[in-house]
Design a protein around this ligand. Sequence first.
Ligand code: AHR
Length: 626
Amino acid sequence: IEANITLLPEHTKSISDLLIGVFFEDINYAADGGLYAELIQNRDFEYKLSDTKNRDTTWTSTKAWYINPEAMTIVINNDTPIHKNNPNYAVIDVKKAGYGLINKGFDGIPIKKDEAYNISLFAKSYNKEIKHLNIQLKDENGTIIGQTLLKNIGNTWGKYKGVIKATQTVNNAIIEIAPNTTGKLALDMISLFPQKTYKNRPNGLRKDLAETIANLKPKFVRFPGGCVAHGDGIDNIYKWKNTIGNLEERLPQPNIWRYHQTVGLGYFEYFQFCEDINAEPLPVIAAGVPCQNSSTGGHGQQCGVSMDDMDSYIQDILDLIEWANGGVNTKWGNIRAKLGHPKPFNLKYIGIGNEDLITDVFEERFTMIFNAIKEKYPEITVIGTVGPFYMGTDYEEGWDVATKLKVPMVDEHYYQPPGWFINNQDFYDSYDRSKSKVYLGEYAAHVPNRRMNIQTALAEALYLASVERNGDVVSMTSFAPLLAKHGHTQWNPDLIYFNNTEVFPTVDYYVQQLYGNNYGETYMSSDIKLSNQDAKVKQRIASSVVKDSKTGDLILKLVNVLPVEVNSNINLNNIVANGLDATLTVLQGQPNDEHQKPVTSTIKVSNAFNYKMPAYSFSIIRFKSN
Ligand code: AHR
């Protein structure tokens, strides 16, 4: 097949430079046991059967903790907690000296030779003879691979800290906390962190996973969900105020995906991560209604926060904006400063609602929240949900609400098979530019439970070319979900898989990365003439040209979802110098390939040049400005 591609430099328009972002949700163990670098599972003894809706009977307050029953006993008490938000603590009674409480982490504790680990815990001794705690990391044979002593344990609650230097690399180590002698001891908030976290932040993020996300160069990070944001019933709505401050003061809660959230990765850490990777923070807050699929009290979303409670619910949202942006002289800006961040976070966007059914209950609450934010913080862009996407409805009711209220941006979600994305490249062509802008907040070309491959990746690459073309109405997009831990996956497929020691980006990850690294603020039209006029052929080839004003580079993206090479004659209409060096990056493979990676080379180009798009490929040609 032959293609003549001609650039039309006189046909340009401004487009959003925030098109590629990430959607972070604590699903698939994305936070605890995932991005959040804490290595101890159930550090707070707050796991509860209700976290799992009783499906897993081992899910109790001693989950992941072990003892030798011949040497000691363990009970969980809650009469004198270190904080009311963390009522449970463990009391061990050691009968044989040398034995202690053991934690096996999230499927084992991954330890690296020569690296340092911070241990911290709260302890209270009931026995004067207990002077110190031996903290030991051990491999599966019981060999010690690192240890430290926590000294001077008192008889009232105190916090103790130490550092362990590892002598071996062991992927499934355990940690044992043993008093120097027999006796009774209370323990809580037992935490072990690698010192090497992303940007070495305390209470920080797992370095390799955070780097993989950062390498997408996302322009924004949406958090904390997804369904996690609006929660499983009213009591489970995610409340940002419960997720900041000292770890023992945060309020852990069941996760709608049926496990436990420590909220150790909370709003401060989310905002800090955004700042560290130069991405806009995009918190999403429930619109006063829980998830319509809630197992309790949410069905059909007939329930919402009661009108008596709406004022304080709205105040929490306004407080969030003050916490993020207020000066240190404001109440919440001061709280942010005391947490270690005197400079404002510069919040610009806030999502209200997540894929909610557009009922009267929703509309009433959304309107109250929207009006309150608009009045107090008119500079904040509120992103409203337009509901779940059911084929044929086109989010009509959600758009009606957004249009009536003049909501600046709406959040659309769709998970569809690759063919849908190929067939719907005109989805945004006819969107009314005078109405709300669009944030495509969740999408993926997928077949449920089938792995991502070149077919899904290229369907997304093709569709994103149409998003760039419509970058005057689509302002942001984020593939979903972002992370999934092997063995703990509730939703498949996802963008990045991982286990305790490795990260496995999918081919679709590379499409996101190529778009994220090759954005522009000016879209330039191009004309494609194909030798084959068959509609099915035409729809499988796309081009998109953008200009990045910071570098002055012109970027040409070419997608070929055909099983044959396309011989393209590219005419740049004299906008680049002849004999220029360009960078060519190509992702290609067979439709079922899952492990392809992009390959980059340098090519010489002139204003008219020939490029053979390989079969099943996504190519990016970046013309350097000088
Ligand atoms: O991305 C997974 C889930 O899909 C999100 O939590 C929810 O918003 C959507 O239904």
